[in-house]
Ligand binder design. Structure first.
Ligand code: AMP
Length: 424
């Protein structure tokens, strides 16, 4: 099969790495890709949002399957355009991708179908929003409706903080049009986990669960990032909990989308809070999580390509998947300054040595090839991943590999997966 992979981050490197193991892969083209992905195929300098040029590329190259990594092209209708052109594509329509691109859409759908989530209301007017905050009482969460690069959810410990969050969204327009409507919701107490399912629009096939680390510093301190690390499996999602999540949340959501005329074809990321009353939805994403994808795919003990093809075709998904019993941990190495303004252009050393360690893979996110050497080119630069017989072994292997890598200003969390060790 000839595959076009859209995107150029660590998630897409992990997808390329896994797809390259498929005996069915004849050719891989990535747009725009990155130096890590270039090991497996050709990278073309097209933006992931360049919808029409990407459609033309897929037609010209007789692509059998296009795999879309990031959310923005999906929200822009890239998958719709591919389907119109009769080009098989892995990724939901823009209408179905509203599960991620509009918090109001997602929350209203959950409410209409009685699927457990935090109590909420939607506002575009500050005074009414402030009144609802007082009714709800702190802590509470203010969320910009639209895509805001993971920064649109503001947890408010006091009503003062809530007022500031509302002003930020509705008056200062910090998130642009994405923040002109807000969801205000109850703060849920519990343990978070990310649960992934593939859906062809009708069926839902559970993948593995993972837990990620969103804040920049150890001990869940500091500002939120795109994700500083992840591990899988997630101890909080045992078999019984997975069955419960599928029955109470995933299957009703997939059925609701289909009934409402927006079948979801792709990978659904279900952000969960496991509360005392059971699992409740925090958010949906319409694509693989980054870096959860890098932690999960190495555990998948089967060819990924036919699975993504079955999702694109709308039929042929198996009912379950084989997973390696190993645990997996992924540590993100970031540039000085990230998640704020960060430095780039520093030489990266020790990559090959890290990759040669047992059970280790290094996924590139913000890298560039300069003068024959690899340099930093983004906030999150690398995702170092390791498998181990249990989470402790995965963690010791991953940090041993991290020790081999160096670039100026490199920083990373030193407590990835520690919570899971504590639970064993
Ligand atoms: P979101 O962008 O909706 O995933 O929110 C980002 C993060 O904010 C989540 O991963 C949670 O840690 C936190 N969060 C969001 N909504 C809630 C909620 N209702 N209760 C508690 N924490 C929340």
């Amino acid at each position: 099969m000839r595959v076009l992979l859209i995107g150029g981050g660590g998630r897409e490197h992990a997808l390329a790495w896994k797809l390259a193991q498929s005996p069915k892969l004849a050719r891989l083209i990535a747009a725009p890709g990155n130096p890590g992905i270039a090991r497996y195929g050709d990278c073309l300098p097209l933006k992931d949002t360049a919808v029409e040029p990407l459609v033309a590329l897929a037609a010209r190259e007789r692509i059998d399957l296009t795999v879309v990594g990031p959310e923005l092209p999906l929200a822009l209708g890239l998958a719709d355009r591919f389907r119109e052109a009769r080009l098989p594509v892995f990724g939901p329509s823009a209408a179905a991708a509203r599960l991620e691109s509009s918090k109001v859409f997602a929350k209203d759908l959950l409410a209409r179908h009685g699927i457990p989530t935090a109590h909420f209301q939607t506002f575009s007017e500050v005074e009414a929003a402030r009144r609802y905050c007082r009714e709800l009482a702190a802590p509470l969460v203010v969320k910009a409706d639209g895509l805001a690069a993971g920064k649109g959810a503001i947890v408010c410990k006091s009503l003062d903080e809530a007022d500031r969050a509302l002003a930020l969204c509705l008056e200062q327009r910090a998130f642009g049009a994405a923040g002109l409507r807000v969801v205000i919701e109850e703060f849920m107490v519990g343990e978070e986990a990310s649960f992934f399912v593939l859906s062809d629009g009708g069926h839902a096939l559970p993948l593995a669960a993972a837990q990620d680390h969103k804040t920049v510093f150890d001990g869940d301190e500091g500002p939120n990032t795109g994700g500083m690390g992840a591990y899988s499996p997630a101890p909080v999602i045992d078999e019984a909990m997975q069955t419960r999540v599928m029955a109470a949340i995933v299957l009703p959501t997939i059925a609701a989308m289909r009934r409402e005329g927006v079948p979801f074809q792709g990978v659904l990321y279900v952000g969960l809070m496991i509360t005392n009353e059971g699992p409740r939805v925090v958010e949906f994403n319409c694509r693989f999580g980054d870096p959860e994808c890098q932690a999960i795919l190495p555990r998948l003990d089967v060819d990924l390509l036919p699975l993504l093809g079955a999702v694109a075709d709308g039929h042929g998904l198996p009912s379950s998947l084989p997973w390696r019993a190993d645990s997996s941990a992924c540590v993100v190495l970031a540039s000085r300054g990230y998640p704020g303004a960060y430095e780039t252009g520093h030489a990266i050393r020790g990559l090959e040595e890290a990759e040669s360690q047992t059970g280790v893979a290094v996924f590139q996110a913000g890298t560039a090839a300069g003068d024959g050497k690899l340099v930093t080119a983004g906030g999150r630069v690398l995702g170092v991943q390791a498998l181990g017989r249990d989470i402790s072994e995965a963690i010791s292997r991953v940090y041993a590999a991290v020790d081999r890598i160096h670039f100026k200003g490199m920083h990373f969390r030193k407590d990835i997966g520690r919570k899971a060790v504590g639970r064993r």
